[in-house]
Design a binder for this molecule. Structure first.
Ligand SMILES: Nc1ncnc2c1ncn2[C@@H]1O[C@H](COP(=O)(O)OP(=O)(O)O)[C@@H](O)[C@H]1O
Ligand SMILES: [Mg+2]
Length: 355
């Protein structure tokens, strides 16, 4: 019998729209000879809706209207209450979950926790891997513990703003600075600060998104990324390089500015590529990642020193996103990549349950 793969898209984070585009790529790549595909959209308000319309309506957001119309016709059938008894049970309609959501409530272990509770195998990292990589402060502590080089940083609470944290940052870190909310993505809430007088507004902006904030030294860096797949044994995609069209790779440069360039493969020496792979593997294991991830680095332009920046547990999966392109560079096709993600999900599930 064909496995019923539930692809989850949307979600409650600022990356809802990106998720719809990522999920569309994944849905289209799933081999219909092998799988029955079930699509479940999570609205910005957090409702889980079974969506049975055309895939093309997912990216532009029109899926939601259709899902709601179906819901009105047949309330028992189309709505999910994650923990309540209303509606259909998720376990009745899917065998495997593929969450393709970015940011909080999707990529941070929460949705993964639901699949754990329901005992559904799922693709990608588990609760711990997602939670660790979503929180930039915890991720940095984990990377430090694994002996990985990173830019000097200070972690603090939004409560500390105006109570001495500015002075501490100014005395301990060198400008330029990057001020980041700990739990976001797509560069939302991040400011590059080059002058002391701009620090406070940057802190206040970050505080709008999270009470946990990081200040770190900004490196004049090349941005190098690598895709990783596996549970125990890891395989690597090519390394890629991003040349942002802006001061840094902010939201606009990521999604709107077509001048941002991707170099695949990244022009690196054998030695540098080896170092990137080694660091990526260490970081992936240290952060308890499973299935697949994209690991991002900053390479100092003057010293060529490589620093780890972050891991994305559920990286962008649009047809022009780094993760799939770096994997495809090694000869895999998109359907082979999604197949592998499903295989690895089942492998992790059986490792966990058969002991
Ligand atoms: N320490 C740093 N030095 C130089 N550039 C940085 C630094 N930290 C972040 N950036 C820039 O900001 C972008 C977004 O930061 P990142 O930590 O990757 O957050 P996000 O999770 O939103 O992608 C990076 O892609 C890079 O362009
Ligand atoms: Mg990033």
């Amino acid at each position: 019998m064909k496995k019923r793969i539930g692809v989850f898209f949307g979600g409650q984070s600022g990356e809802h729209e990106v998720s719809r585009v990522s999920a569309t790529t994944v849905i289209n790549s799933l081999d219909r000879e092998k799988y029955d595909v079930v699509t479940i959209g999570i609205t910005k308000a957090g409702e889980w809706l079974l969506y049975e319309g055309p895939v093309e309506l997912i990216a532009p957001g029109e899926w939601e209207k259709k899902a709601r119309e179906d819901l009105e016709r047949d309330p028992g059938h189309f709505a999910f209450s994650v923990l309540g008894s209303a509606g259909h049970k998720l376990t009745d309609i899917i065998d495997f979950a593929l969450p393709i959501m970015h940011g909080p409530n999707g990529e941070d272990g929460t949705v993964q926790g639901v699949f754990e509770l329901l005992n559904i195998p799922y693709g990608g990292s588990g609760v711990a891997g997602c939670a660790v990589t979503m929180d930039k402060i915890i991720a940095k502590e984990v990377f430090a513990n694994a002996g990985l080089k990173q830019s000097p940083y200070i972690a603090f609470s939004s409560e500390d703003i105006g109570k001495g944290i500015e002075e501490k940052i100014n005395s301990e870190l060198e400008y330029p600075l990057f001020i980041k909310p700990a739990n976001m993505g797509s560069s939302v809430g991040i400011t590059k600060v080059t002058r002391e007088e701009d620090l406070l507004p940057a802190l206040r902006l970050a505080a709008k998104y999270d009470s946990r904030i990081v200040a770190e030294h900004g490196i004049d860096a090349r941005e190098i990324e690598i895709s990783v797949m596996g549970n125990e044994e890891l395989s690597f995609g090519a390394a890629g390089e991003i040349i942002p069209a802006a001061e840094f790779y902010d939201y606009d440069a990521k999604y709107n500015n077509e001048e941002s360039k991707l170099l695949i493969p990244a022009p690196l020496s054998e030695e540098q590529l080896k170092a990137v792979r080694e660091m990526a593997g260490k970081a992936y294991k240290a952060a308890a990642c499973c299935g697949f991830s994209r690991v991002d680095f900053l390479m100092d332009k003057s010293t060529t020193e490589i620093y780890i920046n972050e891991i994305n547990a559920i990286p962008g999966f649009t047809s022009i996103s780094m993760f799939p392109m770096l994997m495809m560079e090694t000869g895999l096709t998109l359907p082979e990549i999604t197949d592998r993600i499903i295989e690895l999900g089942y492998e992790r599930y059986s490792l966990k349950n058969n002991r």
